[in-house]
Design a protein around this ligand. Sequence first.
Ligand code: CO8
Length: 260
Amino acid sequence: MSDFKFLLFEKQDAVGVLRINRPEVLNALDRSVLAELDCFLDELEADNAVRVLVITGSGKAFVAGADIAAMSRMSPLEGREFSRYGQKVFDRIENLAIPVIAAVNGYALGGGCELAMACDLRWAGEKAKLGQPEVGLGITPGFAGTQRLPRICGPAVAKEMIYSGAVIDSQKALEIGLVSRVLSQDNLMEEVLKFARQIAAQSPVAVALAKAAINKGFDSNFQTGSKYEAEVFALAMSHPQCKEGMSAFLEKRKPDWKNE
Ligand code: CO8
């Protein structure tokens, strides 16, 4: 993996941990951080030893948003390009073949909340704060927050949050389904990693296909998603990992998935 200026990456067996590392500005995202993320994703996709990715932040923030100082210098057209670029990078995260867990260790605001929402699931520390405060800056969410938040929490809750710019604590985020678990700050990473290892022990091909089917359903409708599910089911059955999984069960042993 390349040496990045704003990203730290370590592998713990089959689990990769990516830390956004710009703590002097609470890990705010400017174009350079997004470009590094884009490049990181290229390298990650080429490494099939990593079966689950965890994204977190250095210091007291997950990510406190897009870089406000950088945005204050942008023209509207540059802003549109920045918005499109962030959307593209976050789409890549959403559509990675492996599951991605956001370990929301602290502030996840604006672009930070949008980054967390591009992950498959979000577990938060008890001190985390989440929100889309853009309207207080005279802008709208721009890294697909207007699209993902209603899909995750429903349109009424999303509109409450986006129109008011309210910043909520992790307990409230749990109540509205924005995060699926709240843990003590000290246990957050340990619990996320334990869960990531549990996912990594399953068939990577089956997990990837299940993820693709869930995402497909959200992007289309129930019928299309169900049709797609039957196709990926057949595809899973055609893969050696299916034979291995079922043989291991019948032979009362652990499956060996190999990195095929
Ligand atoms: N951008 C740039 N710098 C930031 C950001 C940010 N988003 N957040 C914090 N910082 C900087 C602060 O300016 C400060 O720098 P300095 O030490 O030089 O003064 C440093 O980080 C530490 O921050 P604070 O001193 O403010 O720390 P506090 O603990 O007092 O407060 C908060 C923490 C509450 C998180 C506070 O920093 C804050 O409100 N930050 C801004 C949060 C925000 O509004 N985020 C949304 C930004 S807009 C956005 O994300 C749009 C996404 C879509 C973009 C689409 C493209 C156009």
